[in-house]
Design a binder for this molecule. Sequence first.
Ligand code: ADP
Ligand code: MG
Ligand code: MG
Length: 913
Amino acid sequence: MDTKRVYYFGNKQADGNGKMKNLLGGKGAGLAEMNLVGIPVPPGFTITADVCSEYYTMGQEQVVELINKDVVNGIHRIENVMNTKFGSDENPCLVSVRSGARVSMPGMMDTVLNLGLNDVAVLGLVKKTGNERFAWDSYRRFIQMYADVVLGMKPENKDDIDPFEEIINGIKKEKNIDEDINLSVDDLKELVVRFKKVVKDKLNKEFPQDPWDQLWGAIMAVFDSWNNERAVYYRRMNKIPDEWGTAVSVMAMVFGNMGDTSGTGVAFTRNAATGENVFNGEYLINAQGEDVVAGIRTPQEITKAGSIDWAKLHNISEEERQKKYPSLEEYMPEVYKDLFDVQEKLENHFRDMQDLEFTIQEGKLWLLQTRTGKRTGAAMVKIAMDILDEGKIDKKEALMRIEPNKLDELLHPVFDKEAIKSAQTLVKGLPASPGAATGQIVFFADDAVEWAQQGKNVILVRIETSPEDLAGMDSAKGILTARGGMTSHAAVVARGMGKCCITGAGGMTINYKTRQIEVAGKTIKEGDWISINGSTGEVYEGKTKTINPELSGYFERIMELSDTFAKLDVRTNADTPKDAQVARDFGAKGIGLCRTEHMFFDEERIIAVREMILSDDEAGRRAALDKLLPMQRGDFEGIFEAMHDLPVTVRLLDPPLHEFLPHEDENQKEMADEMGISLEKVKEKVEALSELNPMLGHRGCRLGNTYPEITEMQSRAIIEAALNLKKKGINAKPEIMVPLTGTKEEMKLQEKIVRDTAQKVFEEYGDTIDYLVGTMIEIPRAALTADEIAKHAEFFSFGTNDLTQMTFGYSRDDAGKFLPVYLKKGILKNDPFEVLDQVGVGQLVEMGTRKGRQTKPNLKVGICGEHGGEPSSIEFCHKVGMNYVSCSPFRVPIARVSAAIANIKYAQETVNV
Ligand code: ADP
Ligand code: MG
Ligand code: MG
């Protein structure tokens, strides 16, 4: 077997490269590529993600056997480059062991820093650096981190006491010290003693002193962290497959905590919130690793311009800023210049916005990570278009950079400018992720989840967030933190989620115990309402009105570009002129599903509808339908007018009749009076019409075939509406759609009724219009016999909600009882009502389309289920050769881009370009 499992990098050479994300993880691939383009990166090696899968199937022992030789070699190579030795008392080799999957999952998995330290190596580090404080500080940090990550001593929930924190607090109290930084070398040595003791007490074994034991422990812990709770949650949320696994990168440590000429930071080559093309980021002097993102100390801006803006926002004078919070540009101009060059080089190399991690060790810059930066929807659109305009990528690539679902954020409401004027500002923080959110305050992630489940809108307010808070952040409408900067955990994760977020609102004091905030001289409690503006950083008291956003020129351009590449048209599902107009404004090319029953629920109409249902005979039904005719016609006129010149697919009455029946006494009484019969009689009828399984009962075209007068009335209303508009010079293009067809005969009868009625109306008006008659394909039998059904249909529209329901045999209304369990257990990968099941239901869709077109080569085919707005399902529709997808109005832009991406990915021929 010559499978390569370990890839080295260092000294501007690498076995792997930036394209190998699937194997090396994003981090490993980035480290390799940075070496190849000559950027300073500490040497190391990456164990592939495939080994992680092997670990899960074969277990630790076999995996160690497989990679042992390469890992030992890898460490020796690090030792050679760095001139260090594992466990040495002269110049010890220290490494970090880092996780990294093929897509970035920020902070979800584990990393161990300073590995290789032990009672001997710590003395070596003292000798080598002459910095006793630094050496012992590193050692105590390492013990804590290793015990947490590898030895399983991490507190499991917010009420658990962290034994290490307890010890630190104990020593601080004994010595009367308030900050970690004031701990003396002796204090740090004492911490090490007590830390080792608590490990021994808890686990009944010594803290491992052998660096090799430490290393293997850490590697396995990183593999294990692929399946920790938050990583699993993050994968669900982002639909990342469980089988991918994480790679492990082991690399030489560099130290940002060696004094005032050292530091660490995070930077973005462009603004991740707005997309603006400005280099930005944050750093801390004399700090290591996570310190910047953890939001424990207030980080400083990297650029001078950024620093000045930051100070203004925090009401900090220029003098104070220069003295206390200088930018890296001012504090270390040379390092800044190196960093600026590196970021420019990286962005040009990857041709996309990069998110960098760097460390400065005694004035020398080292890069530790580069990845495609997470960004908001707005930034995604702007950056793609800007890089296109800069000539670095072509149109196709620009479109491929769009994650369709993220466009949703751009369509979210913003605060009403007028309402903001009268709103009371409580505090200002950093505009970490744009948007507007109003909700009730909660302080803990689990509360956020619980309250949201009760249907409440919540704002999660925390001193800082950590990866454990992920589910709570996901449930909240917005996130507000007191500490941390633009690159803090809260900021990065919120931007990834497209969620409104403000960080570093230092003007508020949060008390988790009393669940209160002291701010602007007020006390605000859990459950109180606040509003946060993630675009400005302003926090308002109470609720604030929101309005729809204005869409920028960049958005328009992406949409136009999409249309030039897409082959599928995008229509919308709309039942009202208002929805139709919204969708039209979003670029819908017609209505793919206009449900007529919604029009029946209107208060005055429902009575006529019930009268029709309860009638004993055709004459009674016709009398009731005559009352409905003008109302339906009016509805259609409204919708056809809003959609003038574009096709409108109108579905004939579909739902089970019982949905319209009066079930309450009061309504039954009303019906009795209306129809001049007794209440008893009404009750009897309701009883008689009740069904055991209405979903599979008297509904769909079964209504129109048992009561042809319903189809007649609806067809008449549609054709008359179109003719009336024609008189006004408005062009309506109705497509009449029969629901729930299962056999050819059903369709044949319905088609005949529609066409006969249309003919009659044409004669009455002395005029004609063009219209189509078609059917939904939503019963498996219809897909199986599509060639037959197509003889009587000019178009098919796949109703994938019902089709999914009937193919799986899952009732959508009852699936809530088992679907969540199925998803959790991995029995299903996705909710099939959300993401089209291409393997199963997809076969019916494919077959239905193919067979339908065997009979009618020009058969128009579309989809009108919920799936019509879901990117992966849209891709499938494209591949099957549909003509259009139809989705809810707000998903139209998402579908337009998805359609373009599908064609770029799969088209042999490019259309319209
Ligand atoms: P994550 O994926 O959660 O960002 P990382 O593996 O990037 O985790 O590591 C966490 C932090 O530790 C980062 O700030 C990183 O820059 C820092 N770090 C990792 N490896 C080293 C190293 N060899 N030397 C110095 N700092 C490191
Ligand atoms: Mg990182
Ligand atoms: Mg249906």
